[in-house]
Design a binder for this molecule. Structure first.
Ligand code: FES
Length: 189
């Protein structure tokens, strides 16, 4: 297989497979600022095409998504078709082509969580935040996502807010668990 036919390698898979990656607070970038930060991220890597996914993860961390300008810059630098890079961003849940909220709330939709009331909890999150799974609030504060089993079935039903996992969640607990996701709330460092 040639480099141009590159598929996700083991290091790439390790780099991006975790949907539990923390979503740090990210300030919106102006266009010149974004270009500079993209250049800085790319400069961390040599031109080995296998490093493209790691650079995309860095962009995700920097901007909370992988901007189109970033994909194009990566394509030029690593000599990989932009379509390949686009496919990687759609394959890995940790990467997004759309800007995400400052906070990421995840509801586990795995079997055990489902049996133990996860669907009700998800509906409660929607009531609390005003958004459905797959949506980001209009103020950019929070995105709500549904994820597969996160390996904490003994704690089902599970809700993850940024990098913090909450287990045995009840509807009554949701306002407190989600308090950090409302506009103006501080972001945990
Ligand atoms: S099914 Fe939710 S953590 Fe396993």
């Amino acid at each position: 297989m040639s480099d141009m036919q590159h598929q996700a390698s083991a290091p790439e898979a390790q780099a991006a497979a975790s949907g539990l990656r923390a979503s740090p607070s990210v300030a919106p970038a102006t266009a010149p600022d974004m270009r500079q930060r993209i250049d800085e991220i790319i400069a961390r890597y040599d031109r080995d095409p296998n490093h493209a996914l790691a650079a995309m993860q860095d962009m995700q961390d920097a901007f909370n998504y992988v901007p189109r300008e970033g994909l194009e810059a990566l394509s030029r630098y690593f000599a990989r078709p932009v379509g390949q890079l686009y496919a990687l961003t759609t394959f890995y849940k940790a990467l997004s082509l759309e800007p995400k909220g400052r906070h990421i709330v995840k509801i586990c939709a795995g079997t055990t969580c489902h049996i133990r009331g996860g669907e009700n909890i998800g509906a409660g999150v929607t009531r609390e935040l005003g958004i459905k799974p797959g949506e980001t609030s209009a103020d950019g504060e929070v995105s709500f996502e549904e994820v597969h089993c996160v390996g904490a079935c003994a704690l089902a039903p599970v809700v993850i807010v940024d990098d913090e996992l909450h287990g045995h969640v009840t509807l009554e607990q949701l306002p407190e668990i989600l308090a950090c996701c409302h506009a103006g709330s501080a972001v945990a460092s």
